[in-house]
Every structure is written in C-alpha cells, then in structure tokens.
Design a protein around this ligand. Structure first.
Ligand SMILES: [Zn+2]
Length: 394
C-alpha cells in the first residue's frame, strides 16, 4: 500500500508546481478573507517562498511550488488546455483547472475544489494527501497541517515539530498580519474611486452625457448594444478619445435570445466586442449582461464566459433611472453610495442613457466629488470582481 510513497511525493511536487504557476503573485486579497496555516511533511516544516497555504471556509488550500521542489516530481503545465499533469514513476494525474476536475489514471473525470484567487490556483490539502496516501494531522498551535508518510521515518510529536519551528511560524504570522493591514488600507483607498456606468446606449442622449462628463473631468464606462454602436459611431469614438471605457452589453438585449443558451450569450458578446473593435480599434473584454447576472447567468454561462476570458461587471448602486424621476434618482444614488461607503466598497453605479439620467447626472457627480470620490473608468488591467454570484473567475 505504501509502495507509492515516492510517487506520491512526486505527485505532490507536481501539484505544487502547477499551483505555483498560478500562485506566483502575492495574493494580498487572500489575507483579508483567509487564515494562515503551516504545512509540514513528516518532521519538516515546508517552506513556501511566495504563496502561503491558507484556510478558506474550512478547507486548507496549498500552493505547491515549494513542496514540489523538495519532492522532485514532474509537473507539466499545459496553458492551452489550462491543465497540469503530475507524474511520478508510473503514476500520473491531470488537473483541469477551469473545469474544477481531475482525471484519474482510469481516465475518470472527478470534481475537485480548485481555488483561484486573482491569478492563483490552489488545491485542497486533503485531496493531495489522499491521492498520495498520506495521513493528515492538525496541530492547533501554528496551526500546522502535517502530512505523515508512513513509508518514511518520522520521530517528532506535533508539539515538538511546532517548538522546533516556532520562530519561523511566529515571524510568518507577523508578516501575514502586516499584509492584512496593508490590504485593508488599500481597500479604504480604493473605495475613494466611484465608477459611473451607462447601459443600453449609445443613443441620442449619449452626447450630452459625454458633455457633462467632460465638464466635470469624470471618466465612465459604457456598456453598449451592438446595433446602436453602428448608429452612433461618433459617440463611441468620442468615448475612447476622452478616455472612457467601452464594453459590451449584447446584440439583441432580448432575454429570450440572450439567455437561450450559454453559446447564444457568448455569441452576442463576441459580436458586440468585434463591433467595438471595428469602430474604435479597442478590444474590450468587459461585459455587462442584460438585466444583470442574476438570475440568468448560471454556472454553465459563467464557465463559458470565464473560459473565453470575458470579465463581467454588475453594479452595487442602482440608480433606477429608467423608472424614477430626477429627484428620486439623485436621492437613490446618494443613499446607496453611503451604504457602499460603510462597506469600504467602491461604488459601481448603474445608469442608462435616458433623459432623466442626463438631468440627474450633474448633481450626482457634484455629490460624489464632495464626498471625496474620484470618478474613474473601468481599467481592464486592474480588474476587480463586481458580480452578483461572487464568481472570482469573471
Ligand atoms: Zn440593459
């Protein structure tokens, strides 16, 4: 039963290498929602140089690079398939990152919880341990998750293991705490940005909206419907010239057509994206789906969008400008922006290109500026998650 010990180690290394590809950047976001955990194999604490293992919702996720380098397994990363194959001796295992699946030696596809945070992918420790036939023990000090390979010699008790590494562990914990503080500060700062977003255009009101934005030196993001892009090409080009962000909002805006199937949604977004590119030379991966992502954007849809590298933005402030009076729009936005401020979240405000929007916009911009917000456009290079499913892939 333990004859696969070396294989198991190799597999661990491979998995770690796989993860390391995805985990290279320092994941500051993890610091605020996840707790640090230490990982040991037999009597040795494993050193993780860049990414650290952490607990998230009861599961310990492990970045594998450091583990891998010690175990000498062969890890092949396939960026096209987005898979990693871990091979040790005659044993091998493939992990399909996007699908959250792994392929067994008998070619069976089974689900596995893969955590992708920003550009990093992590695997559950228990999965790796089980695959490698290693026993997992936990020690509350640290805490330490310890993998025991009964095919090898180990002598220390968990307490001895902790005491031997106490200095390292406490130093790492201090660093982790500092990272959390830094991230909190960053969140507070980023909350001083507000995002004005305009759906369903361009139309005959768009030029006025652009005039107002220009007057206040405010940047915005426009989610546009494909046939209207052709009709109002000049406005779309002006958006780009004036440093607003252009994005796709479908071709038909008809929920029966858009949500007929994941492929129909993808097709509408691809067509709109191509049209935006034709008109402006800008390739925008950002979309907002008609009526927002809930309830229509179920997992099949999100899987397909994610695998096609689309980013999906919903909103956290709804002006209801398609049905409210100007006064009501203004008070609604003020109220909801205050709510987001309490949560330290940057407001992402939903508007449409309606005439009441034009009327309400100056006062809303003045209010936001008085509150200390800078009005910026969505930046594709610094995407952050704003979707009702909290799906970090999109
Ligand atoms: Zn819409």
């Amino acid at each position: 039963m333990f004859s696969f010990s070396n294989s198991a180690r190799n597999i661990i290394i491979m998995v770690l290498l796989l993860l390391s590809f995805l985990l290279v950047s320092t994941n500051t976001k993890a610091a605020t929602t996840e707790s640090l955990i230490f990982v040991a194999v037999n009597d040795e604490l494993v050193e993780f140089s860049d990414a650290k293992p952490f607990n998230f919702e009861g599961v310990t996720y492990v970045p594998l690079r450091s583990l891998a380098t010690t175990v000498k397994a062969v890890v092949l990363y396939d960026p096209i398939e987005n898979s990693v194959t871990v091979t040790k001796d005659s044993q091998s295992m493939k992990i399909l990152i996007k699908e959250n699946m792994y392929v067994t030696e008998s070619l069976e596809k089974l689900p596995i919880s893969i955590k992708t945070v920003n550009d990093r992918t992590l695997l559950p420790l228990r999965f790796i341990a089980e695959y490698l036939q290693l026993e997992v023990t936990f020690y509350a000090e640290g805490p330490i998750a310890r993998l025991l390979d009964h095919n090898e010699i180990f002598q220390l008790t968990n307490e001895q293991l902790y005491l031997n590494n106490k200095e390292t562990i406490e130093a790492e914990k201090e660093k982790w705490k500092a990272a959390i503080e830094a991230q909190k500060l960053k969140e507070v700062n980023s909350a001083k940005i507000a995002y004005l977003t305009f759906d369903d255009g361009p139309n005959s009101n768009t030029a006025q909206i652009l005039d107002i934005l220009q007057k206040y030196e405010a940047k915005a993001t426009f989610f546009m419907v494909e046939p209207k892009i052709w009709k109002f090409e000049e406005e779309v080009q002006r958006m780009v010239t004036e440093n607003h962000t252009i994005a796709s909002h479908s071709v038909t805006h008809d929920k029966n057509k858009v949500y007929h199937s994941p492929e129909s949604l993808l097709n509408e977004m691809n067509v709109t994206r191509a049209t935006l590119f034709s008109v402006t030379g800008i390739d925008s991966r950002l979309i907002r789906v008609p009526y927002g992502s809930k309830p229509y954007l179920t997992k099949d849809y999100r899987d397909l969008l994610a695998s096609n590298n689309f980013q999906v933005w919903d909103w956290n402030v709804d002006s209801n400008d398609w049905k409210y009076s100007t006064e009501k729009i203004i008070s609604t936005v003020k109220y909801q922006v205050a709510n987001q401020k309490q949560k330290n979240r940057a407001p992402v405000i939903l508007f449409h290109n309606s005439s009441s929007t034009v009327e309400a916009l100056p006062e809303i911009i003045e209010f936001l500026k008085a509150e200390g917000y800078v009005l910026e456009a969505y930046d594709q290079d610094h995407h952050f998650m704003v979707n009702f499913w909290n799906d970090e892939r999109i």
